[in-house]
Design a protein around this ligand. Structure first.
Ligand SMILES: Cc1cc2nc3c(=O)[nH]c(=O)nc-3n(C[C@H](O)[C@H](O)[C@H](O)COP(=O)(O)OP(=O)(O)OC[C@H]3O[C@@H](n4cnc5c(N)ncnc54)[C@H](O)[C@@H]3O)c2cc1C
Length: 298
């Protein structure tokens, strides 16, 4: 629908405008590490390598930074729901990072801690989320079970006569994925990372050292060679095919997922929380003066 697409483009255009800072310079002949892919993962890897003190990091993006899946993301940022400590810690770290990146880089991330509610629509999910909540609380996520009436108070458009409870994390919420990525890219560049757009990687080169295969660098689609000690494949849904060229199995499987953005709706408050209802494979959050409704395949 044209109207929905226009709304979406309105939301995303801030990110497109900011592309200009990621300028192109000549492809270097050597780097300590080459990061392949300029989505949120590639930029985060480059940012963190530089933060850990690695010099001479180059990121190569075949199109433009954020041009892949990252551009489409709904921006939900949630610490609730993981069943293990490591990924819960990563979620908490991410939330903290996103709340601080703007101060560090001067680039807004759109981080809005509007809260997140996971709905339990039946007894099984209620039991499951109570268990997950116990694990999450143990690892520092401040999640609370709330009644259907409390859910409706927080998100008045929510029909609650068929739900058992909500699981609410006040500090979670949403970001603008393009802006977060641009902030990570800016933070990376501020620490010396070279980000090159319109430079695709055709091949990862390797040699055998002491009986073990090791990467030696990359060859770009234009035929330039970059020697590197480390190559990090952050090519998103293209990562598997790229890995296969070197007989490296990357078990990534692209999954179809989509959302709609409505026109402006009366009474929608942009500060309402994100609501997720796994029983209907749906998440809903305010977007501008309307709603974003994300849908998964059953
Ligand atoms: C509709 C939708 C909604 C979503 N909502 C959310 C959400 O709310 N919250 C959430 O956490 N996640 C969400 N996701 C998932 C999220 O978008 C992805 O997990 C994330 O963006 C993946 O980032 P990435 O950097 O791995 O991949 P990408 O953003 O796809 O980046 C990979 C990059 O690699 C580049 N590339 C590929 N091959 C090469 C090559 N050979 N040489 C150079 N560059 C190359 C591509 O051009 C691309 O820019 C959503 C996804 C979709 C589709």
């Amino acid at each position: 629908d044209g109207i929905m697409l226009r709304n979406l483009l309105k939301v995303r255009k801030s990110g497109w405008k900011q592309r200009a800072f990621s300028s192109n310079s000549p492809v270097p002949k050597q780097a300590r590490a080459v990061v392949i892919g300029g989505g949120i993962i590639g930029n985060s890897v480059a940012y963190h390598l530089a933060k850990m003190g690695m010099k001479d990091v180059v990121l190569l993006e075949q199109q433009q930074v954020t041009a892949g899946t990252t551009w489409h993301a709904a921006g939900l940022m949630v610490t609730f729901g993981s069943m293990n400590e490591t990924s819960t810690d990563m979620r908490k770290y991410t939330r903290k990072l996103y709340s601080e990146l703007e101060a560090e880089t001067g680039q807004a991330t759109g981080f809005k801690p509007v809260g997140f509610i996971e709905l339990a629509a039946d007894a099984d999910r209620l039991e499951e989320y109570r268990r997950i909540s116990a694990i999450n609380r143990k690892h520092g996520v401040d999640v609370h079970e709330i009644s259907p009436q409390e859910v409706q108070k927080l998100f008045p458009l929510c029909r609650v006569d068929d739900i058992q409870a909500g699981f609410y994390v006040k500090e979670d919420g949403r970001v603008n994925p393009v802006d977060v990525t641009m902030a990570l890219a800016k933070g990376a560049r501020m620490q010396g990372v070279k980000i090159l757009e319109n430079v695709g990687v055709a091949d990862i080169t390797e040699k055998v050292f002491n009986g073990h295969r090791r990467v030696t660098g990359v060859v770009t689609t234009a035929g330039e060679v970059i020697e590197a000690e480390y190559v990090i494949n952050c090519a998103g849904m293209w990562a598997r095919q790229l890995g296969e060229k070197n007989r490296v199995v990357i078990p990534n499987q692209a999954a179809e997922h989509y959302y709609i953005v409505t026109d402006a709706m009366p009474n929608v408050d942009p500060n309402w929380p994100v609501v997720e209802d796994p029983s209907s494979y749906t998440y809903i959050r305010p977007e501008g003066s309307g709603l974003m409704v994300g849908l998964f395949e059953p």
